[in-house]
Design a protein. Sequence first.
Length: 450
Amino acid sequence: MDVWGDWLDMTTDASAPPMTDAAHQKQLRRAVIASTIGTAIEWYDFFLYGIVAGLVLAPLYFPTSDPLTGTFLAFSTFAVGFVARPIGAAIFGHYGDRIGRKASLVATLMLMGVATFAVALVPAYDSIGLWGAVILTFLRFMQGVGVGGEWGGAVLMSMEWAKTNTNRGFIASWPQFGVPLGLALANLVVLGVSLATGDDFLTYGWRIPFFLSLFLVGVGMYIRLGVVETPTFRKLQERNEIAAAPMLEVIKRHPKEILLSALARTGENASFYIFTTFVLSYGTVHLKYSRDVLLEALLIAALLGFVWIPLSGWLSDRIGRRKMYLVGVSFTAVFAFVYFAIIGTSPAATFVAIAISLLAHSMMYGPQAALIAENFTGRLRYSGASIGYQLTAIIAGGPAPIVATALLARYGTGYAVAVYLLVCCVISFVATLCLKDRTGRDIDSEQEYR
């Protein structure tokens, strides 16, 4: 397979004869696998920083601060990646609608891999002072740009290969499956390194998972370069309907859908980073639990998502995207209070609460990809879905650990964080009710969006 030649070509000849059903099915499987594995690698890189931020960045890069302030500063560098995500969505959304889904996906993977590997090389405060934190912030920003362009392309690469309109939710949920896969991989690697290096984890052990990123990116690149461009994009090429300035056009044409997509994700995005990132500092600093026990519980949570995310996507094909999503939002709002009532009561109860914390989240995340992407016409879909999805990073995902840390400092109880999640879920519920549900509709028809 001449993958490098294929990369340079980037697209399939629009005049090529139609594929047979067997060939189409083969390309669908390849696209789903490439999207899922590539997404898992990108999110491994992104989550890795979040895990390390909650465990070691404060003492290594902000040692002059008290523990709570150091945690706050560490999470601030973590949040920079979320500010960068809409920028990545705008950049790669533009090129994804202009030159193809595949080309953008290859570029995002390369950018993320280089930035993550470089984190392992940043000297600590005792070597270069605050410059270490400055360099980390820049690299985190580049991670955010990379992952900001990743999601839209991965979802469309899978969803636009769907043969029928009746299984799009299930197919589009597989790149979402890459998120818990990346989370599990990041936690597994950090846990393994933590156990292997022991007290030296703070000295050098935490850098090893970042070094491993370069190998994973090489695997992802090889897989992605072998995927053919989606039928939807090739049809747009054939009909000469490629948008000249897709990001500007989608903002003019679909401002409501962009805003509602961002708001619909508020509860999902905030809860995810409370349950996977904030809990590490909360558990180790506030509750005095073992770092390894928390990582093991998060690993179980991610493994449960392997089943629950595609199942929720499949269910959305049967009962509708919006209905499935609203069920997930409602469960998350209730579970937030249950979670903070249980966590801290005992090590065993805390382990269970963390292990099941992402089940309600998965009920939203499974149908979310199709719910958002189906609200944008094909020629603007990469730009619209990406910017709608990534804007939430600024208002929910990035600030969530910082807000949670501030609430904990102010009120001294996790219930204050639960109230914060409740407000986020109410916003998501109302916004989702206002989104159109295009389950089973023909999303390749321009008429559907007029």
